[in-house]
Design a binder for this molecule. Structure first.
Ligand code: PHE
Length: 438
């Protein structure tokens, strides 16, 4: 087997991980989760969940990946716990499953970039979404999105993913800050900030049964946990890196972009009097599109906004594809480019039902987020907390000076709070599963 690839630089690893984390989850899912779960109250719970649950779980994936230095399934062999391979396998499968429909949404975003340029959706945003979201055009754009992701992954870790995300992540941040700056100038946007930033504590007290799991799920999904992405990405880094500092930077960047998205979306919506609670996979497309229609420079703004969403979606999609690609490349005598292409073809076919019927897309998403993600995350957290245990604290201390006390706190947080929270999300998530829309 040829020499395994690595990241060229530490920043490269951080940006690629941020690229994976920042995606449709931050710009599309987060604002609407916030809207449905009481606005600012949800934001508070989400921030706590990122810190107390997301960050420790992220470090758990890093520990597995770096210690094993191999793809997320073989990692458990390498760590002498072959029975636990099933955890890696669920994660890899989750990534595969998710990529199939994520790419369909990616296709919609491509459509909205040029739909904004021509002003196509300004007349009736709802009908436009209905018309473009399913059918042959949606299939074609899903293919285009998938092919782009395949193209990047085919170039490899350093020349493909690292180079691409080095440009993508800074552009996302700069463009989002620009949009947030524009949003400040909107008359009537003030209510949007109030909705987003003044927590109504009674919402948490009354609805914690739905708000808390939603916030935990959002924290995990948004940090790309449970899909073996962070295990895979960490397998390409060196022992001298400080995992704690990397993890904190990645979580902080990711949260920053999510919050920034709120600073764009809510003033846009409130300034135009568009209802925020309009849920479902079409939410951002319909309501942001409706808001853009009435704003000065709406077309330009639309191109920039959906352009950012597209870059973010693509940098997440490549991480999903990389998880499976890395498994195949590590195990079989197949080149990276052929592997990525072959997998892309299978994934394309897997996404066709979602591109033909939104009920399928919804079902794929629910299975991914309510079942596969928490199941794999539960395995990872239990494994690192209780099985690796002392080896995990040794690993996390590599590349740090001291920090014994912190690593013990981390281990016990994983073993207790994180494990319980993930188990609870799994339980609640499974209860909401539905049969496929056959
Ligand atoms: N974190 C990504 C987002 O917020 C989604 C994702 C999950 C990407 C898992 C890769 C793996 O959109």
């Amino acid at each position: 087997m040829s020499e395994r690839e690595t990241w060229a630089t530490r920043l490269g690893f951080i940006l690629a991980s941020v690229g994976s984390a920042v995606g449709l989850g931050n710009i599309w899912r987060f604002p609407f989760q916030t809207a449905e779960n009481g606005g600012a109250a949800f934001l508070v719970v989400y921030l706590v969940a990122v810190l107390v649950i997301g960050l420790p779980a992220l470090l758990a994936e890093f520990v597995i990946g770096r210690r094993a230095n191999v793809n997320a399934i073989d990692a458990f062999d390498r760590l002498d716990r072959p029975n636990w391979k099933v955890v890696g396998a669920i994660g890899v499968f989750a990534g595969f499953w998710t990529m199939a429909y994520y790419s369909v949404v990616g296709g919609w975003v491509i459509r909205y970039v040029y739909g904004s340029a021509t002003g196509a959706y300004f007349g009736s945003p709802r009908d436009y979404f209905g018309a473009i979201s399913t059918g042959p055009d949606a299939v074609a754009l899903h293919l285009l999105f998938m092919a782009t992701a395949v193209g990047i992954v085919a170039f490899g870790v350093e020349d493909g993913i690292e180079k691409a995300t080095k440009v993508m992540v800074p552009s996302i941040i700069v463009l989002m800050i620009g949009l947030a700056g524009y949003a400040v100038t909107l008359p009537g946007g003030g209510e949007g900030y109030a909705f987003f930033l003044s927590p109504d504590v009674s919402v948490i007290a009354d609805d914690y049964r739905s708000v808390v799991p939603a916030a935990v799920g959002q924290a995990l999904f948004s940090l790309s946990l449970g899909f073996s992405v962070m295990i895979t990405y960490a397998s390409y880094i060196g022992d001298d890196e400080n995992l704690g500092v990397d993890g904190v930077s990645i979580a902080a960047f990711n949260t920053f972009v999510g919050v920034l998205a709120g600073f764009v979306v809510f003033p846009f919506l409130f300034a135009q009097g568009v209802a925020v609670g309009d849920a479902g996979p079409g939410a951002v497309f319909v309501s942001v599109a409706a808001a853009l229609g009435g704003l000065p420079f709406g077309r330009l703004l639309g191109v920039v906004f959906f352009g950012v969403v597209l870059i973010a979606a693509l940098s997440s999609a490549i991480s999903l594809l990389e998880v499976v690609t890395s498994y195949v490349v590590d195990n079989y005598e197949v080149g990276r480019a052929q592997t990525a292409t072959g997998l892309g073809a299978v994934l394309f076919v897997g996404g066709v039902p979602s591109a033909m019927d939104i009920a399928w897309l919804d079902w794929f998403d629910t299975v991914a987020v309510n079942l596969l993600l928490p199941l794999a995350a539960l395995g990872v957290v239990g494994f690192v907390g209780w099985v690796l245990a002392g080896e995990a604290t040794d690993e996390i201390q590599q590349g740090t000076a001291g920090a014994d006390g912190l690593s013990t706190v981390w281990l016990w947080t994983l073993r207790t709070v994180v494990l319980a929270a993930v188990a609870a999300s799994l339980y609640l998530g499974v209860r909401e599963l539905t049969a496929p829309p056959l």
